[in-house]
Design a protein around this ligand. Structure first.
Ligand SMILES: *[C@@H]1O[C@H](CO)[C@@H](O)[C@H](O)[C@H]1NC(C)=O
Ligand SMILES: *[C@@H]1O[C@H](CO)[C@@H](O)[C@H](O)[C@H]1NC(C)=O
Ligand SMILES: *[C@@H]1O[C@H](CO)[C@@H](O)[C@H](O)[C@H]1NC(C)=O
Length: 289
């Protein structure tokens, strides 16, 4: 062979070799990538803390709500913890009964406040959480104790949403569909964990604790330039039919929350409508008249 040819040949084989080497390392790299990461699920598991703001004395109502939430199923990739939230205990019998509840259910949060609604309880709730909870959640919901939350509906609704800088609920005024104006009603609104952390450290909420609690939360976020992601869950959240003008409408299957359940007959209607109280037939009981 002529020297020129030998040179060309070696250049060619060198390039072939480097291409081969490149492919090999690429392949190996891909394999290690595949080994070190599990296939990424479409959306990670979702965790939510629902804090139901109530009063220490309402033992039987609390127990009823435990049953209502305990009886509902949630999708396997959604973890929801329901806890009852109130201020410092004031009576001997509260200390006894609530100690028993803690031992049995471990679903109580006692804040360092005296019982109130519009004098900082909601601030105390959110701002305490990062210090007192054993774990963090993707979202924290503040809910009233006269609300039925349909956990399946809420789970489906949240799965699609951003996990940060999120402010979610039923925007007021009633007829508005614009979550960027107004604020989310106190019946039940959700903040992502980063906003809970912000409330715990920012001066804005700390210095504005007194006033209608739901409106204040909206103001904190607006003043702090927070809550870039806002969602109003309509028509999924509403007041019980015919109890509050245009905030009310008929019960619908795709419900997230129904508010103003201050009477038994309303709870009965709601739980029946959503099939929460339907039990498996058995020889041991009958629900017939
Ligand atoms: C999601 O939750 C399920 C059920 O608890 C668990 O088996 C799975 O490992 C979790 N996945 C992730 C990505 O955390
Ligand atoms: C509760 O708050 C009061 C007044 O702010 C404070 O003096 C007290 O140390 C707090 N108690 C606890 C247990 O944090
Ligand atoms: C309740 O169950 C009935 C009968 O299975 C069904 O037709 C209805 O759609 C259910 N209601 C809701 C709100 O899921």
């Amino acid at each position: 062979m002529k020297p020129k040819c030998i040179l060309l040949n070696s250049i060619l084989s060198l390039s072939a070799l480097s291409i081969l080497l490149f492919l090999l390392t690429f392949h190996l790299n891909l394999r290690t990538v595949h080994k070190s990461f599990n296939p990424v699920p479409a959306q990670q598991n979702l965790s939510l803390l629902i804090g139901i703001l109530t009063r220490a004395d309402l033992h039987s109502h609390r127990h009823f709500l435990r049953l209502v939430y305990g009886a509902q199923r949630t999708p396997p990739d959604v973890k929801i913890h329901v806890k009852f939230v109130f201020c410092r205990l004031t009576k001997v019998e509260q200390r006894l009964l609530i100690a028993l509840e803690v031992l049995r259910f471990d679903d109580i949060i006692i804040l360092n406040c005296t019982e109130n609604m519009n004098f900082g309880k909601t601030y105390e709730f959110f701002s305490s959480l990062p210090k007192i909870l054993p774990q963090q959640y993707d979202y924290v919901m503040k809910a009233d104790d006269d609300v039925f939350i349909r956990l399946e509906g809420l789970s489906q609704s949240l799965k699609k949403l951003k996990r940060d800088d999120l402010y979610y609920g039923f925007v007021l005024p009633c007829t508005s569909y614009n979550p960027y104006s107004g604020y989310m009603a106190g019946m039940g609104f959700i903040l992502s964990w980063d906003l809970v952390q912000w409330i715990a450290v920012s001066d804005i909420p700390a210095q504005n604790q007194v006033g209608p609690e739901d409106k204040l939360v909206g103001q904190w976020l607006t003043w702090g330039n927070k809550g870039k992601n806002r969602v109003t869950e309509k028509p999924g959240m509403y007041d019980f039919p015919d109890t509050n003008g245009r905030c009310s409408h008929a019960l619908i299957p795709e419900t997230v929350a129904v508010h103003r359940l201050k009477r038994w007959d309303r709870w009965v209607q709601v739980l029946q409508f959503f099939n929460v109280t339907r039990v498996r037939p058995s020889k041991m009981y009958s629900f017939d008249k």
